[in-house]
Write a protein that binds this ligand. Structure first.
Ligand SMILES: [Zn+2]
Length: 250
């Protein structure tokens, strides 16, 4: 047959070396083809399996606000007479929690009662839970009882630290206390060790008579919580807008 003769002719012409070259080229082609199939049919569905709620995709996770009531238990914080800082920071924090719950903003408190929690445990909790924002609530104190007012401290090494502090202080200054503005505090443990944007609020001076009067009023504590939540909402909104803008540039 003609066909048989042709094949015979070709195979005679093909040396052993040529045959090996052909096998190698064919193998490379098959491997490339398999690779393309693998990328399209296996890898694509795998990447789609990662839902927005998973840890691997924190950007689209709903925000989690960590509220940190300063001091507690055997660590009373600053004091003035019978009043201790821990007794002011907790009710304000619980009020913040209540408002956040009403607004369905996920939140967690580092303490919900009069117990001592170490600074290490506070930041550990925030980091483990992958908090979006950490707000520590404290009161100031000074040897000179005339020192008074409200301020927001931030970590200057955090990219959003200063801008977040400005937002928070713009809400806190409406509370009627003297506006001490924003203060960089690079060495504060909770600001340094939290792996998310964080602020530490010094709400009034417990050592000042007028500030103390406000701080012990449940009406003031509630108004204070309202402003803190307003600050939180604006910070979350601003940071989300900023991150979506930067990701759209990619
Ligand atoms: Zn304190």
């Amino acid at each position: 047959m003609r066909m048989d003769k042709l094949i015979e002719k070709i195979s005679h012409k093909l040396s052993h070396k040529n045959l090996i070259t052909m096998i190698v080229i064919l193998s490379v082609f098959i491997i490339a083809l398999l690779g393309a199939i693998f990328r399209n049919d296996i890898m694509r569905p795998l990447s789609n399996l990662t839902s927005p709620g998973e840890d691997s995709n924190t950007a689209s996770r709903p925000p989690l606000v960590v509220i940190d009531p300063g001091h507690g238990g055997s660590e009373p914080g600053a004091g003035n007479g019978k009043i201790n800082e821990k007794e002011i920071t907790l009710p304000i924090s619980l009020e913040v929690e209540k408002i956040l719950n009403e607004k369905q903003i996920d939140n967690i408190l580092t303490r919900r009662d009069d117990t001592a929690v170490s600074l290490e445990d506070r930041t550990k909790l925030a980091n483990e839970k992958k908090g979006t924002l950490f707000i520590s609530i404290h009161n100031n104190s000074f040897t000179d009882p005339s020192a008074h007012g409200i301020l927001t401290t931030y970590n200057p090494n955090s990219p959003t630290g200063e801008s977040n502090a400005k937002i928070m202080q713009s809400k806190l200054k409406t509370l009627g206390m003297f506006n001490r503005k924003i203060v960089p505090r690079p060495n504060l443990y909770v600001l340094r060790r939290t792996e998310m944007p964080s602020l530490l609020l010094e709400i009034g001076f417990i050592s000042n008579k007028n500030d103390l009067q406000l701080l012990t009023s449940s009406d003031f504590q509630k108004k204070c919580a309202v402003q803190i939540v307003k600050g939180i909402e604006e910070i979350l909104e601003t940071n989300t807008t900023a991150s979506s803008k930067s990701s759209s540039k990619d």
